[in-house]
Structures are given as structure tokens and as C-alpha cells.
Write a protein that binds this ligand. Structure first.
Ligand SMILES: *[C@@H]1O[C@H](CO)[C@@H](O)[C@H](O)[C@H]1NC(C)=O
Ligand SMILES: *[C@@H]1O[C@H](CO)[C@@H](O)[C@H](O)[C@H]1NC(C)=O
Ligand SMILES: *[C@@H]1O[C@H](CO)[C@@H](O)[C@H](O)[C@H]1NC(C)=O
Ligand SMILES: *[C@@H]1O[C@H](CO)[C@@H](O)[C@H](O)[C@H]1NC(C)=O
Ligand SMILES: *[C@@H]1O[C@H](CO)[C@@H](O)[C@H](O)[C@H]1NC(C)=O
Length: 469
């Protein structure tokens, strides 16, 4: 009897040791993006966007049907409800409500689509968290130069003001622009994303200059015209993988810091500290001069712009997946202009996801930028097309455990976590990479949804709020 009691006690102790509870107000959600799930690319008045033309041009898979969420949004809401999500993060397709991106014509059917989605989520007690720009620039605005045309700031202002007017009363969290680093580096540098330009010496920086002014404009418009009425919060979604130094030598640590400044700092410094990171100003200015330019390829901000962009944050929105190892290398000799040479760090991808690296990154962000709060807007794990996705569960648990460590032991105010993704979707060129908690059958005209093990696991987590090992 006593032995039995002891065993029970030990079992109880062991289980309470191995399980942890998420803080009561910690929000759990899942994410998606318009181009990746909606389909209906030319229905009900939607205008073309750069991903329609880029995929066509490159002969890639496209988002013409995707997960068909334009028609199946009620399934998405039902699944979000069954999963027990506190919030659902989705994006508005700019060209669905403004077909050319310009305010002279508002597409009422597009407006209604998002009104219905938002109201249905609210009716189920799910907070809509809305991304205003998730990579799908209206094609008409691309013809005007896209992110290389700083007039985009004004077109964006008109669009976001409309969104705030239409949906502001329902929305507590607005995300202005998703992953500026990817937009500018892949869209205007490497050419690996729409619009596919390869202008790695100049385009990357001119794009960044425009993105930062767009974000700040959206933030200021909300602040000045809507905050009193709706009392929501606004943030920029920054992606930057952690950079882990190969050694603790001062050179490798310098390389680590430089690599971080050239990625997260490029976008976080202007918003949280003011102006570009000094190391970017120095290095790009210096190389530009040696390359024969009369001015830096990094467009300077005026004093007014620095002040206007500085402070445009209510929280730090973070997309986070893996990390890179970095190593010092001597500067590249002067040749053609390139972001990669400006940064000049040896870096290689470490594909093994690590929650501990995320914890380091959270500490870095807190120390450098001192945000009021951090919202993890994306984190996830890629698998093949399987339903028994134990690997995904293991990785997400590791990330969440380390986020809890950051909250409890490092006193970092992480307020929520969003899995990428609610459902399998169009992963920018192909349907191969599967990130969903819920499978979508892309061979089925009905785009049938089937829950994966990770979906059941997440459902359990949202209801018990207990994270076990
Ligand atoms: C949209 O742009 C096209 C040209 O690309 C033009 O023909 C059309 O009139 C524009 N529509 C609106 C509403 O501005
Ligand atoms: C560098 O130093 C940190 C802190 O002392 C330590 O945790 C880490 O293992 C060291 N890294 C290497 C590669 O030696
Ligand atoms: C940015 O704003 C902060 C907080 O108001 C201020 O301390 C800092 O000096 C500003 N940065 C610049 C470059 O003006
Ligand atoms: C600029 O480049 C020169 C020559 O490589 C170097 O001596 C100098 O320290 C650099 N200055 C800065 C600010 O990086
Ligand atoms: C649900 O979560 C609890 C607490 O972590 C765990 O003991 C239980 O096994 C989970 N059930 C399923 C079906 O995963």
C-alpha cells in the first residue's frame, strides 16, 4: 500500500515536473496569407498581383486556386474554432479590394469577403490579426515601379486607411508589412521571389527605404486617425533568423553582429532606435565610394524621415524558423556592387530547428530594441505530405518550451504565438512544402481538409494549455 502510494506520488511529481502551463493571457493562434490560400485569382473583380505574373513568367505552380479559401473560408473558421485558437492571422489581398491598388475603384465583393470572414471569427471568439501586405502587390503598382517607386508610400496610405475604416472596429492587432527582408532581398536582389528583379547592389536598399516609409505611414495614419476610436495596436513583421557564431573569437562575434545588423537591424533599427544601423551606413558608404559612386547605394533618410519612422511600433512582430552559423571573412575585393559584399560574412544554413536559438534571439531583440511586447507571428516546420507528423509536434514543443523559458526566466514579454500554418498552402512557387496543422488535398477539386496529428496536438494544447515534454 505504502509502496503503491510512493509510486503514485513519484509519478505525480514526475509529471508535474515534465509539464508546464502557458500563462493565462498568452495567445495561441495560427497564420495564413491571402495569396497562399485564397485562390479565386480572377473572380469577383480581384485585380492581378505580382505573384500571378511572376509564377506565369517562371512557369511555376501558382495560387490561382490554392486552398480555395475564397470559397471555403467557412471551413477555415470552423477549423480555427475547433482548434481552439485565440486568434487567426490572415492577410488582406490588396488587389481584391482595390483591383489596381489605387483608391479610385473599390471592389465591393472583395470588401465583403473580408467583412464576412472577420465577423465570423469574432462570432466564434477568435481575434482576427490582419496583415495588410503579404507580398501580393497589385500588378498595376508594379508597372509603376513597385517598391522602387517611393510613391508606393502614398498608394499604401490610401489602402491602409480604407482597411482601418472598414475593419478597424473589429481588429485589435494590425500587421503592416510581412517580412520586409524577404520582400526586398528576394524580390529585388536575388530575384527568387516576385517581382524577380536582380538588383542586389541597389534594389535591395531602395526597396527597404520604401518599405520602412510605408510601414511608418501606416502606423502614423492609425495613430492619428483611428487609435482613439478603436484602441488597436500596430506593428511591422520582421523576419530574421538567428546568427550563431562559429566560435567566440572577437572576429566571429563581429561577423555575427554585422550579419544581424544587415538583416534584423536593417528594419528594426529605423523603427525602434532611429535610422539605419551605423555599420550599414559605414560599410555601404565606404564600398560605394571605392566602387566609384558619388553617393552611397544605401539611400539616406532625412532627419524628418528618421524621426517619422522612429517609434512606429506597439509590439515587435517576429517570424522565426531556423538559424544560420556565421564566420568572419576578410572583405571581398571591390568588384560589382552587392549587398552580399557589403555585408561580407560567411554564413551557412543550419537546417536543424532549435528552440534554444530562438531564445537567444528573443534575448537579443529585447536587449537591442526593448519592445513593449513580442508577438511571434510565424513559427513552423516543413514536412512532406503526411498526417502523422510527430516531427512537427516535437519541433513546435521545443520552440514553445524555449519561449516559455524566455518569458519565465528571462522576463521577456512574449504575448502570443502563431503556428505557420493553419492549413497546407501555396509555398511561393510550389505545393511541395507542407506546413499546415491541417492537410489540404490539392488534387481534389473540393480541396478537402484533413486534420494532422499536429492539429489534434495543438487543439489539446489550446484547451489544456499544458505543454508536456
Ligand atoms: C486599372 O489599370 C488598367 C491598366 O493597367 C486600366 O485599363 C484600368 O482603367 C484601371 N482601372 C482603374 C479602376 O483605375
Ligand atoms: C561562446 O560563449 C558562450 C557563453 O560563454 C558559450 O555558451 C558558447 O558555448 C561559446 N561558443 C563556442 C562556439 O565556444
Ligand atoms: C528614437 O526615439 C527614441 C525614443 O523617443 C529616442 O530616444 C532616440 O533618440 C530616437 N532616435 C533618433 C536617432 O533620433
Ligand atoms: C573604408 O575602407 C577603407 C579601405 O578599405 C578602410 O581603411 C576604412 O577603415 C573603411 N572605413 C570604414 C568606416 O569602414
Ligand atoms: C493532451 O494533453 C495532456 C496534457 O499535456 C496529455 O496528458 C494528453 O496525453 C494529451 N492528449 C492527447 C490526445 O494528445
Amino acid at each position: 500500500m505504502i509502496l503503491k502510494l510512493c509510486i503514485v506520488l513519484i509519478a505525480l511529481l514526475a509529471s508535474s515536473y515534465a509539464t508546464r502551463k502557458l500563462p493565462e493571457n498568452f495567445m495561441l493562434g495560427a497564420a495564413s496569407a491571402a495569396y497562399q490560400i485564397e485562390g479565386a485569382w480572377n473572380e469577383d473583380g480581384r485585380g492581378p498581383c505580382i505573384w500571378d505574373s511572376y509564377t506565369e513568367e517562371k512557369g511555376l505552380d501558382n495560387g490561382y486556386v490554392a486552398a480555395d479559401s475564397y470559397h471555403k473560408w467557412q471551413d477555415d473558421v470552423r477549423n480555427a474554432k475547433l482548434l481552439g485558437l485565440n486568434f487567426y492571422r490572415f492577410s488582406i489581398s490588396w488587389s481584391r479590394i482595390l483591383p489596381n491598388g489605387t483608391i479610385n475603384f473599390i471592389n465591393q465583393k472583395g470588401v465583403d469577403y473580408y467583412t464576412n470572414l472577420i465577423k465570423a471569427l469574432k462570432a466564434e471568439g477568435i481575434e482576427p490579426i490582419i496583415t495588410l501586405y503579404y507580398w501580393d502587390l497589385p500588378q498595376y503598382l508594379q508597372l509603376l515601379g513597385g517598391f522602387l517607386n517611393s510613391r508606393l508610400v502614398e498608394y499604401f496610405e490610401d489602402y491602409v486607411r480604407l482597411c482601418f475604416e472598414l475593419y478597424g472596429e473589429y481588429v485589435k492587432y494590425w500587421l503592416t508589412i510581412n517580412e520586409p527582408f524577404t520582400i526586398c532581398y528576394d524580390g529585388y536582389g536575388s530575384g527568387g521571389n516576385a517581382p524577380g528583379l536582380q538588383q542586389i547592389g541597389d534594389g535591395v536598399y531602395q526597396c527597404a527605404h520604401t518599405v520602412l516609409k510605408m510601414h511608418a505611414r501606416a502606423y502614423r495614419v492609425y495613430d492619428e486617425e483611428f487609435r482613439d476610436r478603436f484602441n488597436g495596436q500596430v506593428g511591422l513583421v520582421i523576419n530574421s533568423e538567428w546568427r550563431e557564431p562559429k566560435s567566440n573569437s572577437s572576429l566571429d562575434l563581429e561577423a555575427q553582429e554585422r550579419a544581424l545588423q544587415f538583416s534584423v537591424g536593417m528594419y528594426a533599427n529605423p523603427v525602434f532606435v532611429g535610422n539605419w544601423p551605423q555599420v550599414m551606413i559605414d560599410r555601404i558608404g565606404n564600398r560605394s565610394a571605392q566602387e566609384g559612386f558619388t553617393r552611397s547605394r544605401l539611400p539616406p533618410f532625412t532627419e524628418d524621415e528618421i524621426a517619422y519612422i522612429n517609434g512606429t511600433h506597439d509590439f515587435f512582430a517576429l517570424n522565426t524558423y531556423g538559424h544560420y552559423m556565421v564566420e568572419y571573412q576578410d572583405d571581398e575585393p571591390i568588384s560589382y556592387p552587392s549587398y552580399d559584399f557589403d555585408r561580407s560574412v560567411k554564413t551557412y544554413n543550419n537546417l536543424i530547428p532549435s528552440g534554444f536559438m530562438l531564445r537567444k534571439k528573443l534575448n537579443y531583440l529585447q536587449e537591442r530594441y526593448n519592445p513593449k511586447a513580442i508577438l511571434i507571428t510565424e513559427n513552423g516546420y516543413r514536412t512532406d505530405d503526411i498526417l502523422n507528423d510527430a516531427d512537427r509536434i516535437k519541433v513546435l514543443k521545443d520552440f514553445l518550451g524555449n519561449i516559455l523559458d524566455a518569458v519565465e526566466e528571462d522576463n521577456i514579454n512574449v504575448i502570443g504565438y502563431s503556428v505557420w500554418s493553419l492549413i497546407d498552402n501555396f509555398e511561393w512557387g510550389s505545393y511541395k512544402a507542407k506546413f499546415g496543422l491541417i492537410r489540404v488535398d490539392f488534387d481534389d477539386v473540393d480541396r478537402k481538409r484533413t486534420w494532422k496529428d499536429s492539429g489534434y496536438w495543438y487543439q489539446n494544447l489550446t484547451s489544456t494549455r499544458i505543454l508536456d515534454d
